[in-house]
Design a binder for this molecule. Sequence first.
Ligand SMILES: [Zn+2]
Length: 111
Amino acid sequence: MKQEFDELTFQIEHIIPRKHHGSDEIDNLALACFACNNHKGPNLSGLDPKTAEMSRLFHPRRDKWEQHFQWDGARLIGRTPIGRSTVDVLAINLPYRCELRAALIEESVFP
Ligand SMILES: [Zn+2]
């Protein structure tokens, strides 16, 4: 399912995927860009790249973004196992994604 705002296209993603019996209720839905949603797929967890321990992914309705993430220029840094696992599973720092963010920083429109 897609929702469009001007030039930006977001997808409506299930925070807990249907595969894991997540509901279609609004509190289980979030807007996500195609790349994040595509990489997240049906995942609920990932391995923290720092410790190789399993961690659940960031929950955009229950978790505080600032507790788990911080920007380092165009790179998103996970501050906790949840943050690091989410950055890794969603492939948030792939080179093309960082290059796009760097261009937006250059134009002073990000973050
Ligand atoms: Zn995204």
